[in-house]
Write a protein that binds this ligand. Structure first.
Ligand SMILES: [Zn+2]
Length: 461
């Protein structure tokens, strides 16, 4: 039966204790974890048994901040092309095969997302469970300034990328429309400066409007995610009834008082470290996850020809100002350097965090999403804590911790079988034997060919 099987010879990661179990057998029935027992494989049919070969089973990863529509930022051509739609299919596929079984998208045309949700449901496309903000709220000349609005036909067909509010009275109707369209959260931004030196000033959404958006969203059971990556204006953010803060500050170090005030709010921080690293890399041609990788068979599977060519050009000429439309060199490099201190301060204060990769930004590729956890460990988290941010904490952010985020009987059967113990070395999360979503097994070797998978993961065994 689809979605029902028994995985024998596996150790299971308990997100609560931070440890792996002894070897045992996990039963999945109709896409739900049903029981974990001792290791006897007693089944009438051998077909529904999967031998885990002593491997390590972790809950499916949850990426709480990505842009499934990426890579979309081509500075020379900002029109919407059909290859973007095909690229979304690739993004969903490689994300799932990298072990990400659920995503929280932060800016996407809602009709397009809904059509992919249906395709995934009907198994026409493989991909993670999708939770989405749909379009981001903005105002005329607002953020994101690097994504110009598209002709109305495009907006009508796929949905718009950002929703430009004209007046405060637009807000309840806009939130209701998105709720009816099936969004899972609302995304707003607050920023007091830009991430590039040259760009035009960006208009803000007035603070009373932001308050009204939060109230309207909460009245419809929609949490609010706020993009803000500065120390400047941080206190204003703390006044807003938001549910998550997206990104760490790139303009300075949070004061101890800022950190304490944020901690007292008891909301989630999605630090998105990897994207700052990726944007700050001095010479991407030297980086294993950029230049050579983009020429690999794995990259050919991950990208349509046009975006791959754009990315190769970008890597070859990284610091050409035309490619610094989202974040400029100085801000990226300074931002990555200080994110270490900002992350450590927040972590040591006990601020709740979940994994967000910002995959889809044009320096940050979907197959490498789990690298966010590697950065968190590099910045001082234990591997067990990092795994928790990537699983149960993400489930809490999405509001589904009773269904996702741990391998617990009764929850949806999303998990990833690793060959080696990620608590000994977090990079072992790249060495995936199987990805299981809703009880259905995906073998990246079969899906992508073995050598391609290993190159994709960056591990050569
Ligand atoms: Zn983002």
């Amino acid at each position: 039966m689809v979605g029902s099987l028994k995985i024998i010879n596996v150790r299971i990661f308990d997100v609560f204790s931070g440890q792996f179990s002894e070897l045992g057998a996990l039963e999945i029935k109709h896409g739900i974890f049903s029981a974990f027992k001792n290791n006897q494989a007693q089944s009438k049919s051998q077909q529904d048994i999967l031998d885990g070969q002593g491997g390590y089973l972790i809950p499916g990863l949850i990426d709480c901040h990505c842009h499934i529509l990426g890579t979309f930022a081509n500075p020379e051509d900002t029109k919407f092309h059909l290859w973007l739609i095909k690229q979304v299919r690739n993004n969903l596929r490689v994300m799932l095969l990298a072990g990400v079984t659920a995503i929280r998208d932060m800016l996407a045309p809602i009709n397009l997302i809904n059509s992919y949700r249906r395709k995934i449901y009907k198994s026409k496309v493989i991909g993670p469970r999708i939770f989405t903000a749909g379009p981001m709220f903005s105002v005329e000349n607002g953020y994101p300034y690097f994504l110009p609005s598209q002709p109305w036909v495009v907006n009508k067909a796929i949905g718009q990328l950002r929703w430009e509010l004209k007046s405060e009275s637009d807000i309840p109707r806009a939130v209701l429309y998105l709720k009816k369209k099936g969004v899972n959260h609302i995304k707003i931004y607050r920023l007091h400066q830009q991430l590039t030196e040259e760009a035009k000033p960006v208009s803000e959404i007035p603070l009373p409007w932001l308050l009204k958006i939060c109230d309207a969203a909460h009245a419809m059971d929609l949490p609010v995610a706020c993009h803000h990556s500065f120390v400047k204006g941080f206190r204003e953010i703390l006044e807003l009834p938001i549910d998550t803060l997206e990104h760490l500050a790139v303009d300075g170090i949070y004061s101890d008082q800022d950190v304490q005030l944020f901690k007292a709010k008891n909301i989630y921080l999605i630090p998105t470290i990897k994207v700052m690293y990726d944007a700050a890399v001095e010479d991407p041609r030297q980086e294993p996850f950029f230049g050579e990788w983009l020429k690999s068979p794995a990259a050919r599977q991950a990208f349509e020809p046009v975006p791959r060519r754009i990315l190769l050009d970008l890597v070859a000429d990284r610091w050409n100002p035309k490619y610094q439309t989202i974040v400029s060199k100085n801000i990226a490099q300074h931002g990555y350097k200080i994110s270490f201190d900002n992350f450590r301060k927040m972590h040591q204060a006990g601020v709740k965090m979940a994994m967000g990769t910002d995959s889809g930004v044009n320096v940050c590729f979907f197959p490498h999403a789990p690298r966010e956890l590697e950065h968190m460990v590099r910045f001082g988290m234990s591997p067990a804590e990092a795994l928790r941010t990537g699983t149960i904490n993400g489930a809490e952010v999405i509001g589904l911790s009773d269904r996702l985020g741990s391998i617990t009987p009764g929850k949806w059967a999303d998990c990833v079988l690793l060959r080696d113990n990620p608590l000994e070395n977090i990079t072992r999360i790249y060495d995936i034997q199987y990805v299981i979503k809703n009880g259905i097994v995906y073998d990246p070797v079969v899906e992508l060919q073995r050598d391609v998978t290993l190159k994709m993961s960056g591990l050569v065994r």
